[in-house]
Design a protein around this ligand. Structure first.
Ligand SMILES: Nc1ncnc2c1ncn2[C@@H]1O[C@H](COP(=O)(O)OP(=O)(O)OP(=O)(O)O)[C@@H](O)[C@H]1O
Length: 242
């Protein structure tokens, strides 16, 4: 279980100390698929970074599986089973997809195991396993490889920040399938996705709407989705219900 207790994050902006995250308390049970949404600049990415340990809290605490992780760094949190999917995988010259999956899994991964992870994200393993991670891979391919590394790490909590950003409709349709599969095959894993996309909101167990650094709404998909969707995108509707 993940528990945020009175979490705040302040930052300097134009010489002023502003509240980016303001006193957020949130409990996420195991085995849940949570989507965090809300208007641009509301604080969603910052919240994900606070959970992953990329940013340090100004006040409050974060408890993960009964352990206070507030003062633990990103590596320590990763060891406890928290995985954060970056917009793009980290690139090192000469590193292949197989190398990256082996590093992510933290164990001696056989080629067939690595291929299984690639298949899970819809990539034909034999075409990709020995490819170097460089600019020759498309945005959609990179995104799927990044998701495969999170699956390979077998994390207890997987955080995805706007996985749909920068990919075409075809890749987006594949991405939805990957998330639907992750949802049906959670094996105790909790998945938190930050997204504006109605199709991703639609597979959530629970939706949390963040606006102006606070939780504006929170509840089951059936409760929240009708309030924030309609003819316009969720993000616009979220702005209207402030
Ligand atoms: N370290 C920082 N210093 C100053 N301002 C920051 C810092 N981090 C975030 N902000 C500001 O806090 C606000 C929230 O940013 P954040 O990226 O968390 O929003 P978001 O909800 O993820 O937005 P989007 O939907 O556009 O991705 C923004 O106005 C951003 O400019």
């Amino acid at each position: 279980m993940l528990e945020l207790k009175n979490v705040s994050f302040n930052a300097e902006s134009d010489g002023e100390n502003v509240g980016i995250i303001r006193d957020i308390s949130l409990s996420v049970d195991d085995n849940r698929f949570i989507v965090i949404t809300g208007p641009n600049g509301g604080g969603k990415s910052t919240l994900a970074k606070l959970i992953a340990g990329i940013q340090k809290l100004s006040s409050g605490s974060i408890i993960f599986d009964g352990v206070d992780i507030t003062d633990k760094n990103i590596t320590e949190r990763a060891r406890l089973g928290i995985g954060f999917a970056f917009q793009q995988p980290v690139r090192f010259k000469g590193m292949t997809v197989l190398d990256l999956l082996r590093i992510a899994s933290g164990k001696t991964l056989s080629i067939s195991e690595a291929c299984e992870y690639l298949s899970e994200v819809g990539l034909c393993a034999k075409d990709y396993i020995n490819r170097e991670i460089n600019a020759s891979l498309s945005g959609g391919e990179l995104k799927r490889i990044e998701i495969a590394t999170v699956i390979a790490r077998d994390v207890k909590l997987a955080l995805f920040d706007e996985p749909e950003a920068g990919i075409d409709l075809w890749s987006f349709n594949n991405l939805i399938r990957i998330f639907e599969k992750m949802r049906s095959d959670r094996r105790g894993r909790t998945i938190i996705v930050i997204s504006h996309q109605e199709r991703i909101l639609n597979i959530a167990d629970e939706i949390v709407v963040i606006s102006d650094g606070r939780i504006l709404k929170q509840g089951s998909k059936d409760e929240i989705l009708p309030e924030i969707t309609g003819t316009e995108s969720a993000v616009n509707m979220c702005s209207k219900i402030q």
